[in-house]
Design a protein around this ligand. Structure first.
Ligand SMILES: Nc1ncnc2c1ncn2[C@@H]1O[C@H](COP(=O)(O)OP(=O)(O)OP(=O)(O)O)[C@@H](O)[C@H]1O
Length: 320
């Protein structure tokens, strides 16, 4: 849905382009994380997409149409933009801040009130309490939430988020990430999300685009980035614990569906209860803890379903 083809951006007066012949395909309805070290061109790429910046060369299309052929104002209204320093208007309440784009889009009053209310609830605040407050009366984390709500308010199909949770403490950040995932599940926006936090990228991304020196080196599902890094740069960037990170995101039930074995040992001393959140990491931790090579998987009534060995985990991790 968003295609960047051979895009280059040379800032005026600079010798080295910030974006250098970059190619990227951002899929519709998915959250694509732009991940990379400081200065590798993530924010510049975001700003090229909503034309806050114009490229020096190359083509960017949205749904097949060159972004240069869109009316600039309507392009920006249809692309939500959430930044770390969210710039809420201080003289407007939370609900008024969130209502800005719907008002610009001339939605009817009732629709605006409903959308604003729904969003305030979705970001875990109370429309009748925080909704009536001014930004200076909110905590940093609450302000970030309002920034996210404001970016989504006009129901834009595309949302660009530039380190939106960078300035909050780790606990508030985890909650913000969980809420974003919930909202994304319901709204299925095309989101480009900039971060340099690997854990955040793995948790949020349907896809992760790894940036280096103004180029996208690899754009894939998190599991592929972790287990099939395209080159040494990606491998090193994801770090020496990348295999453990992969174990944490692979569901145990996926391995079991793929590899259903009969129970050979009824010893329930080495068991793990299967639920939707069980991962290969929990299975492996259990194997190590019990110092065994096979573990029995039971359902929530303690009935054995199957068994999983160390080898099964290792094979599944590396399967094509
Ligand atoms: N207005 C500007 N004029 C000149 N150079 C710029 C300008 N903005 C950014 N750059 C340079 O372009 C390169 C890419 O910057 P960009 O902000 O896109 O990187 P980034 O990956 O988003 O970094 P960070 O994670 O630190 O925000 C950097 O070398 C930066 O110094």
């Amino acid at each position: 849905m968003i295609f960047l083809e051979s895009v280059t951006k040379l800032y005026p007066g600079e010798k080295i382009p910030a974006i250098d012949n970059l190619n990227l395909h951002v899929e519709a309805g998915k959250l694509t994380v732009f991940l990379g070290k400081s200065g590798c061109g993530k924010s510049t790429t975001l700003r090229l997409i909503n034309r806050m910046l114009d490229s020096t060369s190359g083509t960017i299309t949205i749904n097949g149409k060159n972004i240069k052929d869109f009316d600039e104002d309507s392009l920006r209204r249809d692309i939500g933009y959430v930044i770390q320093d969210i710039g809420l208007l201080p003289n407007k309440t939370v609900e008024e801040n969130i209502a800005i784009v719907p008002k610009l889009k001339k939605w009817d009053k009732e629709m605006i009130t409903q959308r604003v209310r729904d969003l305030i609830l979705m970001i875990g605040l109370d429309p009748d309490i925080e909704g009536k407050k001014y930004p200076r009366h909110l905590s940093g984390g609450q302000m970030q939430r309002v920034g996210v709500a404001r970016g989504l308010a006009g129901n834009p199909p595309i949302v660009l988020m530039d380190e939106p949770f960078g300035a909050v403490d780790p606990i508030a950040r985890t909650k913000l990430q969980d809420d974003l995932l919930k909202i994304q599940n319901a709204e299925k926006k095309t989101i480009c999300f900039v971060t340099h936090d690997i854990d955040e990228a793995i948790k949020l991304g349907d896809k992760i685009a790894i940036f280096n020196e103004g180029k996208v080196v690899q754009c894939d599902e998190p599991i592929k980035i972790l287990m099939r890094p395209k080159n040494d740069f990606v491998k090193e960037f994801m770090g020496e614990t990348r295999v453990l990170d992969a174990l944490k995101i692979i569901k145990l039930k996926d391995l079991i569906e793929d590899n259903h074995k009969k129970i050979t040992d009824e010893n329930l001393d080495r068991k793990i209860e299967l639920n939707d959140n069980s991962t290969l990491y929990s299975a492996l931790a259990n194997l190590i803890e019990k110092n065994k090579s096979i573990i029995t998987i039971v359902d929530n009534e303690n009935k054995p379903i199957t068994e999983v060995s160390f080898d099964d985990i290792s094979k599944y991790l590396y399967k094509e």
